[in-house]
Design a protein around this ligand. Structure first.
Ligand code: TYD
Length: 133
């Protein structure tokens, strides 16, 4: 397994659901950045990069996304279509995220502020980085 599925504590009552990720209770790091991606055409793929040092947790808070993780040696595909599951992605993992439905909204929690420098966007460079090439 490359990514880790995290059960998000969810409180259900007569008026809907509340899901929570809290430090040391599902969240393995201190969150320094939050962003969300939406309005992506059905079937389009985003991502296609890896982070040298940043860890992330992603939650598909609406719709359905299909995530492919690649550590240079093996692949893992994860369907994210429920609000009570999150996916932890460590650094040095190439990720491609298909927005399988038009209404998909992907919430991303990261342990670091944004840095383009630590982002690897070239696949061969990634394979070098993880020691495959
Ligand atoms: P990008 O990483 O290419 O998105 P994706 O991998 O989902 O296709 O980011 C798109 C743009 O947003 C790019 O110009 C960088 C910018 N950006 C920030 O400025 N801060 C951030 O935290 C993120 C994630 C992206």
């Amino acid at each position: 397994m490359i990514g880790e599925i995290i059960d998000v504590t969810t409180f259900l009552d007569g008026s809907g659901a509340l899901s929570v990720l809290e430090c040391d209770q599902g969240l393995p790091f201190i969150v320094r950045r939050v962003y969300y991606i939406y309005g992506v055409e059905e079937g389009a793929v985003r991502g296609a990069h890896a982070h040298q040092s940043s860890e992330q947790i992603i939650v598909c808070v609406a719709g359905h996304c299909r995530v492919t993780l690649n550590n240079g040696f093996e692949l893992q595909t994860v369907n994210l279509d429920t609000r009570d599951k999150a996916l932890y992605i460590n650094s040095c993992v190439w990720r491609e995220i298909e927005f399988s439905t038009e209404d998909a909204i992907l919430l991303v929690l990261a342990d670091k502020k944004y840095s383009e420098k630590e982002c690897i966007r070239d696949y061969d460079e990634f394979l070098h980085f993880v020691g495959v090439l």
